[in-house]
Design a protein. Structure first.
Length: 253
């Protein structure tokens, strides 16, 4: 049986030619602005939508990056941030690396900000925590910066029925400020039984692309960590977004 071959759409052909011009012909150097959208439309005799689709492919590959209002640039090679998610030593066994330590170990962070508040859960949050949609949760939104740029967006959710009106309700305030989930939950008599990470590679949303740089379509890694108690009830969900072309996730097992 012959191997099936797909017929390439026009935007794929244009992306391939742009890739050749960047990688093989070195028509544009790293950090240099490539031809404008209008110039590309004229050069390839293609519509706006076709050129947009071709550029999105190259953005997704991490070959170019978009600077809103300034065009597209050939991405400079940068060392990947190695983000340790789980560490393990011969004596201590598996250890969940704390959220802030993950970024600190990957390369000294410049600063970070957090906002915590009770919110009403939507269907997505309710599904993650296995509660009814509309139930209250405590939501904590973190932003981490390195070299003046945002490098991670993280949102955490905890059921209000578990942490509401307690000393650990606000993770960065109170007697256990900045401590890990296991320690905070132990203060409430909740024993963590399992911790699970789910990693997804996808294209950034418009908001994520603007915050993390690179624009819509830049590759990101979405990692969702779920802490469940000893009865398998989720009590804490942490969802982080990092640039997929600038970071790698490290698990020591």
């Amino acid at each position: 049986m012959p191997i099936e071959r797909s017929s390439s759409p026009r935007y794929v052909e244009i992306a391939a030619d742009l890739r050749r011009r960047i990688v093989d012909l070195k028509e544009w150097a790293p950090g240099e602005r490539i031809a404008s959208h209008k110039e590309l439309c004229q050069h390839y005799t293609a519509s706006d939508s076709v050129i947009h689709a071709a550029r999105r492919l190259l953005l997704g590959e991490g070959l170019i990056e978009s600077h809103p209002g300034a065009g597209s640039y050939v991405r400079r090679n940068r060392p990947l941030r190695r983000i340790s998610r789980i560490d393990r030593t011969a004596d201590a066994g598996p250890e969940m690396v704390l959220l802030r330590d993950q970024e600190q170990n990957a390369g000294r962070i410049g600063n970070w900000a957090v906002r915590s508040q009770p919110v009403v859960s939507n269907q997505v949050i309710a599904s993650l925590l296995r509660i009814e949609s509309g139930e209250r949760v405590v939501e904590s939104v973190y932003q981490y910066r390195a070299g003046g740029a945002l490098v991670r967006l993280t949102t955490c959710w905890e059921p209000y029925t578990v942490v509401g009106d307690t000393a650990v309700m606000l993770p960065e305030s109170g007697p256990l400020a900045g401590r890990g989930v296991v320690e905070r939950m132990a203060e409430l008599g909740v024993v963590i039984g399992t911790v699970q990470d789910e990693v997804t590679a996808r294209a950034a949303s418009p908001e994520e692309g603007e915050l993390l740089g690179g624009g819509t379509g830049v590759p990101v890694l979405e990692v969702t960590r779920t802490y469940s108690d000893d009865s398998s009830r989720p009590v804490h969900v942490e969802r982080s977004i990092v640039r997929g072309d600038r970071a790698t996730l490290l698990y020591r097992t």
